[in-house]
Ligand binder design. Structure first.
Ligand code: PMP
Length: 453
């Protein structure tokens, strides 16, 4: 490999890294990645890593180094790189059709660039529906404790992860929190926990006034809030409540779509019929920036009922929603998932990952709970299993650092929920093999022994 020390120096001098306290780089160099192939990455010092989190934030679902995606994007860019505004493009149309084929009940795809943007489009649509259909009522949007929906001011107003939103306010009005549904941290002592947790949403609706609430945004499986799989009965009840009060159901699939939980979308595990579905990370596995806001024909129709009204349509644009690289990459990404049987692999390898993590509980009392669906798993670390007191955050980060020193990248909830940044997170690519999964859990095993004894 060429000497990349000038590149590291340039990074150190000029790049402001995401989610980073830069003080640390006074004594160490930032890590700069150079190359990836399959599940493996190489940094500028030539070190190799096994990636257990698909590009840091559960994105590169089909793995690194996919030449067929690069070729599809290249061919498309030479033909037509871009057109935005009121006209479409060929890959935009083709991908929309392929996507809708995977989403019975849904009908329309609105393109933008990031998960935050896709979610904020929904908030705008809900507000416009309130203005046009409900005489300005039904303008409030509910969100759930521990969920995350993005980094813009409005999406941060719906952050159930308080540490992400602190110091960036004031926030716009009309966003109201409902309780989380993590049974391990139960808030009610009842048998039907899932239904009870959903009933808590109804309580908030009744408190706010059903005629003021237009929508609720929820992650199907909460990601950064600690990999929270919903308890039995939760989603059915949520759906009933939404129907009862005419509340639009917005499912944030930015992490779960496409394929992460072993189905195309997370909501498809739970028989949910959403009004809005948003997605970003896994849509093109990070080969190009693309996000989609998907909705039903019923919602779409609400925006075209009065052609003479100058305010009667969705007056929104996303400049880079017109890049053709995104849908061109997404078409090929979807083909790979389909042709390589990656949904089935995700289920099989997800089971293996869950089994491995669960068996680590025998040796490590520090693991309080193991949760997951498909290749999307979390292990919550607790100082004491009986009291469930969360493990020391610094030690949780030390486990991540120990794995990194072994050449294995894992994640952990970090600076998201005060007092509860104690869950190790794994989201390896959907191409994971049994050896990859075992290597991840062996690394964690060793790290837990070294950090916690
Ligand atoms: N929703 C969820 C569930 C997410 O995890 C994220 C990103 N971590 C977002 C939305 C925001 O996506 P982006 O960073 O692309 O704006």
């Amino acid at each position: 490999m060429n000497d990349l020390s000038p590149v590291i120096a340039a990074d150190k001098a000029h790049v402001w890294h995401h989610l980073s306290q830069h003080k640390q780089y006074e004594t160490i160099d930032p890590r700069v990645f150079v190359e990836g192939k399959g599940m493996r990455l190489w940094d500028a010092t030539g070190r190799e890593f096994l990636d257990g989190v698909s590009g840091g934030v559960w994105t590169v679902n089909v793995g690194y180094g996919r030449e067929s995606i690069a070729n599809a994007v290249r061919d498309q860019l030479i033909k037509l790189n871009y057109y935005a505004g009121a006209a479409g493009t060929v890959p935009g149309a083709v991908f929309a059709q392929k996507l809708i084929e995977k989403m019975p009940g849904m009908s329309r795809v609105y393109y933008s660039n990031s998960g935050s943007e896709a979610n904020e489009k929904v908030y705008k649509m809900v507000r416009q529906i309130a203005a046009r259909r409900h005489g300005g009522k039904k303008w409030k949007i509910l969100f759930r404790d521990r969920d995350y929906h993005g980094t813009t001011i409005a999406t941060l107003a719906t952050s159930g992860q308080d540490q992400r939103a602190m110091q960036y306010g004031p926030y716009p009005d009309g966003f109201v929190r409902v309780p989380h549904c993590l049974e391990y941290r139960a808030q009610w002592d009842v048998e039907n926990y899932g239904e009870r947790a959903a009933d808590a949403i109804e309580e908030v609706i009744l408190r706010e006034g059903p005629d003021t609430v237009g929508a609720i945004v929820l992650e199907p499986v909460t990601a950064g809030g600690g990999v929270i799989t919903p308890p039995e009965g939760y989603w059915q009840r949520v759906q009933e409540i939404c129907r009862k009060y005419d509340i639009l159901l917005h499912i944030d699939e930015v992490v779960c779509g496409l394929g992460r939980t072993g189905t195309w979308f997370g909501y498809q595990n739970y028989g949910i019929e959403p009004d809005f579905v948003t997605m970003a990370k896994g849509v093109a596995s990070g080969y190009a920036a693309i996000s989609c806001t998907v909705t039903t024909e019923r919602v779409f129709e609400m925006f075209k009922d009065d052609p003479s009204d100058p305010l009667g349509y969705f007056r929104d644009i996303s400049t880079f929603g017109g890049c053709t690289a995104g849908p061109a990459a997404a078409i090929e990404n979807m083909r790979i998932i389909e042709d390589e049987g990656l949904l089935a692999n995700t289920l099989a390898m997800g089971d293996r990952l869950m089994d491995n993590l669960t068996s680590l509980m025998d040796r490590h009392a520090i693991i309080g709970d193991v949760r997951g669906r498909g290749l999307f798993c979390g292990a919550e670390l607790v100082a004491d299993r009986a009291s469930k007191e969360p493990a020391d955050e610094k030690k949780v980060q030390a486990v991540v650092a120990d794995c990194l020193a072994q050449g294995v990248i894992i994640g952990a909830t970090n600076r998201s929920i005060p007092g509860f940044n104690n869950t190790l997170c794994l989201s390896p690519a959907l191409i994971s093999t049994a050896d990859d999964i075992d290597a991840l859990t062996t690394a964690i095993d060793g790290a837990l022994t070294r950090v916690f004894g």
